[in-house]
Design a protein around this ligand. Structure first.
Ligand SMILES: Cc1cc2nc3c(=O)[nH]c(=O)nc-3n(C[C@H](O)[C@H](O)[C@H](O)COP(=O)(O)OP(=O)(O)OC[C@H]3O[C@@H](n4cnc5c(N)ncnc54)[C@H](O)[C@@H]3O)c2cc1C
Length: 482
């Protein structure tokens, strides 16, 4: 048995400082709780900072209520730093996000334990807690401590109120030998993962002109995510004009029938042996507010990693991903105007996991709930973000044909954050209790902020009543559609 060199006791212990974990810690501290956050890396924000994920996807609800007072505060702080486009569409700089989160955590007195891995869970069986006559064998458990490891050695952290598993992959649940969900219900395969990166030294203006020209040629109006096309966009007296460059823009090349302006160039490069077929299946970039010569890329994507909760496979992605990024860089320099002096500015320090392991919770949010825009008494988040399952062919579609109907959205019940079978463990973020397709819609950063905020409030108040949690969120300024 390894020697325990340190032990800490807090009201609330949050495992993982990603989007959900950071929000959970801030929310709990706002209610006066003493909070400890355990994080394996040296930064807050997880996929949304170290993972280089940007921008915020929109929940698709009219006026974009963030369902999170913390989400609103983050957006405002980033805007003040010129690191966000300031509206709720959400172009932002992931590195500035990590600083903003740390500033907010620090101001609230949250203790951060960085470079510390969760390595195990100590549990006790609760006497007298059974599932009743119908389920006499189902006993409730109680976490007495979380085992951690860092440069100081092995330690244990204790929470007097609640633990929150915000590891993204239900790592605490797994260490506690609780049942978890993994991948598609039929195939058990996880969503494909990616290794995101940023390219610097780009003449974004020149690239925009080229992209606009390619879009004109393809009969497409403006780059996706850009401001609406103006009347001068496409032609004047039959002559194609370059539209004014929007402040922020993005574009993509994907599999499928959809017309993509840059696809012919990618196919030409494949033919010449400068790219591989897989590079054409999913490629996407975004501008980054405050970084004038940088583009952020949502690729390369790994389509055949079926189990991303396997460390060897994660390591494979991290190494192979870099080689693919190098191939992309060579392609950019050779084929794309504006990239002549481009260089790799950043590669994600973590594999971009869309979906790994999810908790089994008191209520598992279903795909049917999302499609039916189901509402719940204990709702703590709302969204109408589409189904977004990646793969060699994309399953990306709105929840209904009626997608423009502003009042249509589903709600997520607080019970999807209460881990089943344990009396003091909540889950927050992309590893909530949800079915595979439902999770593909829930997993966006704004929704993960709501889930984290709700878990943090519940932990600080020691309550499992979602209506109390929702009331507290609204009291603090979280907006919900009515
Ligand atoms: C490639 C990709 C592109 C995406 N694009 C978008 C997008 O454009 N817009 C959008 O809104 N959303 C996007 N998403 C979804 C979104 O980024 C994530 O779902 C969301 O950030 C998840 O937040 P989280 O807090 O649940 O998990 P994470 O951000 O993954 O946080 C988990 C944290 O737990 C820590 N951790 C894990 N294990 C341990 C351990 N054993 N010990 C200690 N710490 C641990 C991790 O280091 C991490 O900090 C994308 C996701 C991916 C992967």
């Amino acid at each position: 048995m390894a020697e325990i060199k340190y032990e800490y006791t807090y009201d609330v212990v949050v495992l993982g400082a990603g989007t959900a974990g950071a929000a959970a810690a801030i929310a709990a501290a706002d209610l006066g709780a003493k909070v400890l956050v355990v994080e394996q890396f040296g930064s807050a924000g997880g996929s949304g900072s170290l993972g280089l994920v940007t921008p915020l996807m929109s929940n698709g609800i009219k006026d974009r209520p963030q369902c999170s007072y913390i989400g609103n505060e983050i957006i405002e702080r980033l805007y003040q730093l010129d690191a966000s486009d300031g509206n709720k569409r959400g172009y932002f700089d992931p590195m500035m996000l990590s600083i903003v989160l740390e500033e907010m955590l620090h101001e609230r007195g949250v203790t951060m334990l960085y470079h510390t891995m969760v390595t195990g869970v100590d549990l006790e069986e609760l006497q007298g807690h059974t599932g009743g006559a119908a389920e006499p064998a189902r006993r409730k458990k109680h976490i007495t401590g979380i085992r951690v490891c860092n440069i100081s050695g092995n330690g244990i952290v204790h929470a007097t109120k609640r633990y929150i598993d915000a590891t993204g992959d239900a790592i605490v649940c797994d260490f506690a030998s609780l049942p978890t969900l993994h991948g598609d219900e039929e195939t058990h395969k996880n969503q494909p993962c990616s290794l995101r990166y940023m390219i610097g030294g780009v003449d974004v203006e020149a690239f925009w002109r080229y992209l606009a020209e390619m879009r004109n040629r393809a009969g497409l109006s403006s780059a996706s995510g850009a401001q609406p096309a103006t009347s001068s966009d496409t032609s004047q007296n039959g002559v194609a004009q370059t539209p004014p460059r929007p402040e922020n823009f993005s574009d993509a090349v994907t599999s499928g029938e959809r017309k993509r302006a840059l696809k012919p160039i990618f196919l030409k490069a494949v033919e010449a042996g400068d790219l591989e077929e897989e590079d054409v299946l999913y490629w996407q970039f975004f501008t980054v507010p405050g970084r004038r010569d940088v583009l952020a890329f949502n690729c390369p994507e790994f389509f055949d990693i079926d189990d991303i909760t396997n460390a060897e496979k994660q390591s494979f992605v991290q190494v192979q991903g870099k080689l693919r990024i190098l191939r992309h860089l060579r392609f950019y320099r050779k084929y794309l105007p504006g990239f002549e002096h481009a260089y790799i500015a950043q590669i994600s320090a973590m594999v971009g996991i869309r979906e790994g392991r999810r908790a089994v919770t008191e209520y598992v949010f279903t795909t049917e709930d999302a499609f039916a825009w189901r509402k719940f008494d204990d709702a703590i988040a709302q969204s109408n973000y589409p189904v977004d399952v990646h793969g060699r062919s994309l399953r990306n579609h709105a929840l209904s044909r009626d997608e423009n109907e502003p009042r249509k959205y589903y709600e997520i019940p607080f019970r999807s954050l209460i881990v089943k079978g344990v009396d003091n463990l909540l889950v927050a973020g992309r590893n909530l209790g949800a079915e595979f397709v439902a999770q593909s819609s829930v997993r966006i950063i704004p929704t993960c902020r709501s889930l984290g905020e709700a878990a943090g409030i519940a932990a600080a108040l020691s309550t499992n009543d979602g209506r109390i949690v929702r009331a507290e969120m609204e009291k603090k300024g979280a907006e919900f559609a009515k």
